[in-house]
Design a protein around this ligand. Structure first.
Ligand code: ARG
Length: 506
């Protein structure tokens, strides 16, 4: 067989036949891999530079290899690099591109001291890290909108719910900032997943490392990683960093879905506490009056898919023996899908919430209608009359039962006064008015983290600071990746200009 033919065949030596068409269809991973073309080219550039730096290949060979890798990059940038399914995956596509361009004598050296096993997981980590940064930024934007809305409503009363029943008066700012607070933990989980993701497996080769004197630290640096996955067998065979990222995504989606659920409820006629912007709601094809919260509903539904993706990857992993197994190719589709889904939710949620208006009159009407201030009445008796809390609970419980049977509320002050007197507690109407007033209820909550406007204001400020810090960390991480890319580019340009590699800072 001529040398040229050999370079086209994936692994000529051992095989007497090409992969059968149905076998190729079954095994190729072009669809999931096409997202990692840029990463695969960059990874190959860094690897080739390292091979020359450690004198495993010559600088002449490096120049030729880099020339063709750069060519692949421009072709890809111009939308002209189509991955060929017959080459199985992105790694073979990029390598064959170089081999066809540079010829087998030179192009055939690129894969020295490297395996697709370390290559694929390097590409995947590089792609995932960028998507985690995207999601962190999109989530920060959502938090900012929530906190901005919350800061305008620290004095706006609404019913706080437990068991979906009126519980106690809270402020709308308290309600909204609770989500910003939850999302801050999602930020932490995403950051932790990022930390475990941005480590370089390249150089692990197939499983055992390599007998070439490679410099793993150098490739890790050129690719913008924070460090290495040192253990070669672990590096090629483990995907728990993906499960961790998916887990962070599934929890984030779950929190988003809970917000979605409240948006659906609170925008109903029955609650009537908020109005979604027209541009983020749908109509009905038959019922002219309808305005449907479809984005929130789809968020609830798609959260199921994200959770499913987590379960999918865990189930795929749980019986995979150590080292690389082809099962691991099935890691990317669920990961990409979950990233796309969560990213999509965040991108639509932020403008939807920014345009959502609160019906503060309705909130105020609801908060006074159904005994939300009952706990405060009991607390008053504890504080001012020195009674045990359980006794006061009993007194107010009985009072509420009577008011309900009479169709009255706590705002029927005189009746409340009478009923309290019957229980042996004399209060003035002014006192009662003040006790059950929802705004006064907010202002009476003195504990740390309560719904008191000052507490909520402080929480909002702290969260705004925390979100700003997250934004800084995300920007720093992005810059590290950008600088690494520029560093690699500088070396490439230097080598392509036929200057010696020894002049390059590594
Ligand atoms: N397409 C493969 C994947 O996504 C690349 C690694 C293949 N390695 C191998 N030894 N077959 O996992």
């Amino acid at each position: 067989m001529a040398d040229e033919d050999k370079s086209k065949k994936l692994w000529g030596g051992r095989f007497t036949a090409d992969l059968a068409a149905p076998a190729l269809d079954f095994t190729e991973s072009i669809a999931a891999d096409s997202r990692m073309i840029a990463e695969d080219i960059w990874g190959s550039q860094a690897h080739a530079i390292m091979l020359a730096h450690t004198q495993i290949i010559s600088e002449e060979d490096l120049r030729e290899i880099l020339y063709w890798l750069e060519h692949a990059r421009t072709e890809y940038g111009a939308g002209r690099l189509q991955l060929r399914p017959e080459l199985e995956d992105v790694h073979m596509n990029v390598e064959v591109f170089v081999r066809e361009g540079a010829g087998p004598e030179i192009g055939g050296r690129l894969h020295t001291a490297r395996s697709r096993n370390d290559q694929v997981v390097t590409d995947a980590r590089m792609h995932l890290r960028t998507r985690l940064l995207d999601i962190g930024e999109a989530l920060a934007a959502l938090q900012e909108v929530l906190l901005e809305q919350a800061s305008q409503h620290t004095e706006t009363v609404m019913p706080g719910y437990t068991h979906t029943q009126h519980a106690q008066p809270i402020s709308a700012g308290f309600w909204l900032s609770a989500y910003a607070s939850m999302f801050q933990r999602d930020q932490q989980r995403l950051a932790a997943a990022y930390e475990r993701t941005n480590l370089c497996p390249l150089g692990a080769a197939a499983i055992a490392g390599t007998s070439f004197p490679i410099d793993r630290e150098l490739t890790a640096r050129l690719l913008g990683f924070d460090g290495l996955v040192p253990h070669a067998l672990d590096a090629v065979g483990s995907r728990d960093f993906m499960a961790e990222a998916l887990s962070a995504l599934a929890i984030l989606a779950t929190n988003l879905s809970r917000l979605a659920e409240e948006l659906v409820l609170f925008s109903t006629y029955e609650y009537g506490m908020l109005e979604l912007p027209d541009a983020y709601a749908s109509g009905s094809s038959i019922m002219p009056q309808k305005k449907n919260p479809c984005i929130a509903e789809l968020t609830r539904a798609r959260t199921g898919a994200v959770i499913g993706r987590l379960v999918q990857i865990l189930t795929m992993l749980k019986a995979v023996p150590g080292g690389y197994n082809r099962d691991l190719q099935e890691d990317k589709p669920p990961l990409w899908d979950a990233l796309d889904t969560v990213d999509g939710i965040l991108r639509v949620f932020t403008p939807m919430l920014a345009g959502t208006s609160l019906n503060t009159e309705r909130m105020e009407q609801l908060v006074g209608a159904n005994f939300a201030a009952a706990t405060e009445l009991a607390n008053f008796l504890v504080r001012e009359r020195g009674l045990p809390f359980r006794t006061c609970h009993e007194i107010v419980g009985g009072l509420v039962a009577t008011l309900i049977s009479e169709g009255k509320t706590l705002d029927d002050y005189e009746r409340v006064q009478q009923l309290l007197a019957e229980a042996g507690e004399e209060l003035t109407v002014e006192e009662i008015t003040q006790i059950v007033d929802p705004t006064a209820c907010l202002h009476r909550q003195v504990s740390l983290g309560s719904t008191h406007p000052q507490q909520v204001g402080a929480i909002i400020e702290n969260l705004q600071t925390a979100v700003a810090e997250i934004r800084q960390q995300l920007t720093a991480a992005r810059n590290q990746i950008k600088h690494a890319r520029h560093h690699t580019d500088d070396i490439i340009q230097h080598v392509l200009a036929s200057s010696p590699l020894s002049e390059c800072e590594m």
